[in-house]
Design a binder for this molecule. Structure first.
Ligand SMILES: O=P(O)(O)OC[C@H]1O[C@H](O[C@H]2O[C@H](CO)[C@@H](O)[C@H](O)[C@H]2O)[C@H](O)[C@@H](O)[C@@H]1O
Length: 389
């Protein structure tokens, strides 16, 4: 069955490229490139070199340019139209969005196509957290999930195996969501709790151990970057110290990665933020730097990402080689592209990008914002209920 939607339109790229030299930013920020894999990624398993970092990514980090500048890393919030020029700009933006949607149709409009493809199959759902289940807010500690969204996620998990894959620490994202019926992967998939099942490939994995979850249930705990824990804690402390005089900068410990937020930093001080991060990272060749929505993210150089996490979870759920499973991944950020790419390349499910502005993506479909995500989840439940009756 053909899973692909029809793509007929010219491709639009990320809006408003920002002049790097104006920002005066250093060259050690790695772009996310949906076009190319971060690493060769055919196997589910990763190898961590104890001495040498992986060269291609490291070269990017140390010597590459700043391709997607800090300024364009998150769409601006909608401004009130004060005059004619802003009104016409908004008309143009709407037109550009509609054109973009020809290539990335709304998943709400494509529901019939999706559910037709899902007939006789089991849908497995993968959900990002920030910007997908909770709206983007200034303070990352206040990114609460609306009650209606929690209900929608709870309902959807009754019918489909559902996993959260977040850049946050697993504990933090669990605190925000608080639903025991889901599977959780934190630190961009570097910290996964999955169900226990007889799977040789998972049981034999050196980074996978048996553990118990908060409810005392036996689970598989998979932490491929565990050896980086002391290093990440050290870097976290140094970053906190280094940015302490930059107003608005905030460092978040996500267990196997660290986020340096600059959403509340005056634009004039963004180069200072980048300088502080570079200053710390120069002593850690086994760490790399990527950027998300107004955030710089420090991560171990390992062959693992959200795409690998999806493959791992499918394996854990016992459905990795089944033709009767339809994975759906919903996310808004650059790191979600790794998961979209896996689904697209294996031609075995749908990536859905959450974005209110046109963006190049490996996803098949789009949703404008978390409220549309909620609508989509509710629609899936409604379809499943009606199909069952
Ligand atoms: O993979 P995700 O679950 O989407 O996590 C990615 C990052 O999300 C958070 O930061 C983003 O959301 C914040 C709250 O809305 C916002 O203030 C920030 O500007 C965004 O970048 C989280 O705080 C990061 O640690 C995650 O890496």
């Amino acid at each position: 069955m053909d899973l692909k939607p029809k793509h007929n339109s010219p491709v639009l790229t990320d809006p408003v490229p920002v002049n790097n030299s104006r920002l005066g930013l250093p060259s050690n920020i790695t772009p996310y490139s949906p076009q190319g894999p971060a690493y060769p990624s055919s196997s589910m398993y990763l190898t961590i070199s104890r001495r040498k970092p992986m060269p291609s990514k490291l070269d990017d980090v140390r010597h590459g340019g700043l391709p997607d500048a800090m300024g364009s890393s998150s769409p601006p919030r909608k401004k009130l139209n004060k005059d004619f020029s802003s009104e016409s700009a908004s008309v143009e933006q709407d037109a550009a969005y509609r054109t973009w949607m020809l290539k990335y149709p709304s998943a709400l409009n494509a529901l019939e196509h999706i559910t037709t493809c899902a007939k006789g199959k089991k849908i497995a759902l993968f959900l990002d957290y920030d910007g997908t289940l909770s709206p983007i807010v200034d303070n990352p500690d206040h990114a609460y999930m609306p009650t209606a969204m929690r209900t929608a996620v709870k309902n959807v998990a009754k019918y489909f195996p559902t996993a959260i894959i977040s850049g946050r620490s697993r504990d933090k994202v669990y605190e925000f969501i608080g639903l025991t019926e889901l599977h959780y992967a934190g630190s961009h998939g570097m910290d996964i709790i999955g169900p226990v099942r007889e799977s040789k490939s998972i049981d034999d994995h050196p980074n996978c151990i048996r553990s118990t979850d908060k409810q005392g249930k036996e689970v598989n705990l998979f932490q491929p970057a565990s050896e980086f824990l002391p290093m990440i804690n050290e870097v976290f402390r140094s970053l906190v110290e280094n940015v302490k005089d930059i107003r608005g900068a905030k460092v978040e410990n996500n267990k196997f990665c660290v986020s340096v937020h600059y959403r509340l930093v005056d634009e004039k001080s963004w180069p200072a933020v980048a300088h502080c991060v570079r200053d710390v990272l120069k002593d850690y060749p086994r760490l790399r730097l990527t950027h998300g929505r107004k955030v710089l993210e420090v991560r171990p150089v390992i062959d693992w990402d959200k795409g690998k996490a999806v493959e791992f979870l499918l394996e854990s759920l016992g459905v990795s080689n089944c033709d009767d499973v339809l994975p759906i991944y919903i996310g808004d950020d650059r790191t979600d592209e790794d998961a979209f790419k896996v689904l697209r390349e294996r031609n075995r499910g749908y990536g859905i990008l959450v974005s209110s502005v046109p963006k190049e993506s490996k996803a098949f479909y789009s949703l404008r914002d978390p409220s549309e995500v909620m609508e989509f989840l509710n629609a899936l439940v409604k379809w499943k209920k009606s199909a069952a009756s």
